[in-house]
Design a protein around this ligand. Sequence first.
Ligand code: CDP
Length: 608
Amino acid sequence: METERHDAQVFEVNDNALAVLEKRYLKKNEAGDAIEEPIDMFRRVAGTIAEPEVDFGIARGLSGDEARAVSEEQEKRFLDLMLSRKFMPNSPTLMNAGRELAQLSACFVLPVEDSIDSIYDTLKHQAVIHKSGGGTGFGFSKLRPKGDVVSSTMGVSSGPVSFMSVFDASTDKIKQGGTRRGANMGILRVDHPDIEGFITCKHDNDEINNFNISVAITDEFMERARADLDFDLKNPRDGEVIKTVRAQDLFRKIVEGAWLNGEPGVVFIDRINADNPTPQFPIEATNPCSEAHLPAYDSCNLGSINLERFVLTAAQAEEKIAQNGRASGPRAPKETDCVDWVALKECVRTAVRFLDNVIEQNDYPLAEIARMSRGNRRIGLGVMGFADALVKLGVPYDSGRALELANSFMEFIDRHAWEASRDLAEERGVFANWEGSVHNARDGRRVRNATVTTIAPTGTISMIAGCSGGIEPLFAVAFLRRQAGMEMPDVNPEFVKIAKDRGFYSEDLMRSVAEHGSVRDVEEVPEDVRRVWVTSQEISPEDHVNMQAAFQKHTSMGISKTINLPNEATIQDVADAYTLTYSVGCKGVALYRDGSRDEQVLSKGSAP
Ligand code: CDP
């Protein structure tokens, strides 16, 4: 860990994080050299995101001086949260806030209507969004099927899959703002006549490389598959039944694809729309990693709380219990006693304010997107470092206690995020589309944001924060990293600490753990430690799914989570996982069978 010091403030950054920051996030001069330090980046972000406080303050009757004081106070809080690695906004905010390209959101959904004009307008809009660092999702379900007539030319349509490859090819040509490659989600409804070709399009065609694909599954389809009934595929133009299939056969095809290489995923579209807080704008698609469920032209800016930072040591927990005057006498603290809930609540409130301010500062790539995003004010506060928090608390990921903790954390975060949004509505007013929203219709609840919580993968920001990603379990306890021509063990620092504290540390042992990736079969590691340091592929699909469901229960939009299966998992195992995901109330599923993709990004026992 290197420590950067500026005034009294510190940002601890490890080598991996520093490399990522230097490559993609820090301001550079024309020669390509970074001209800001990580701490300057966080200052730039905090300062920019606190600016709207001045106008908001004046609008609610504060004097200029008072409003500026509020802005300064919030700026300090924003900066503190980021420097202490308790909270990080999504990458585009870190990269672009306070810079010329002030596009701050990670997620967008664009419409695809059944006309050449619409398709090619959206193609252009996709390019504009990718250039600015955002990811795009598209629902292709309104496009007429392949072979259907095109009346103006008396020709035939080439269908959704073919148009998707046009979007894919265009993505290749646009590198996102010089930062990251464009990512897309392509979605087709399960009742579209081209669904079978869509399911296998990434197997049949190695040209589609920049899309994740998902089938939008309806409740009717799930019921028909369960009852082994037929299912109609209909032309979206006029509802004409083009083909009737056995629902179970179609389900099998989806599952076989997922078994083969993880695609397609599925989203439960009726469930997503049933929970859409703005039903006046129906949802047909999601962002690339599928956690943000958005109507056409909407966007979402994400931010994630690092749960590990809120876990107290046993001594701190004892002290907290003593201070709170519990008269129950000495006892071992329960896990929830080891969480600093007061600090977590403060963090949630500040993060909601931060994300609401991001909407003000966002320079949207299109007028339609600006209108919809400001109209709904969707924000997506999520979590990361959950697996790190569990190992600190000594709780195995695949245990009932972990599910209870997931429930406690997310229920608490969601509740306080809504409370913060309610308080913001009092200060700043409700979101513009509030009147037609369920918040008004259902309970007259005045809130500032249509949604407040979403759990993102946190692929890069968890690296910057030095914690485990999203709500995923640990991928490995250690791996071998090639360094200066040698293979060196890179071991989770918390594991090293425990090994030293418990007296089972040795360099040989660390190498052995790195070779295995996991500690399950390493006898020198005490049994209870082995149990807690469980890694993703050792966790059963049911436990993965149940964890996703526990977080989903308290999340406004969706969850990014991979259900990991061992390489030897069967097609039936995949089918069971999909069915379970639906029955426990998840909004979708992304599944991965170990080793099933040629290029596995990170493989156990080898350097990433
Ligand atoms: O950690 P970071 O903020 O970089 O992103 P993430 O949490 O891994 O991904 C959040 C969202 O950012 C994704 O669901 C996509 O919408 C978008 N994204 C993208 O457009 N391109 C990428 N290479 C990665 C993410």
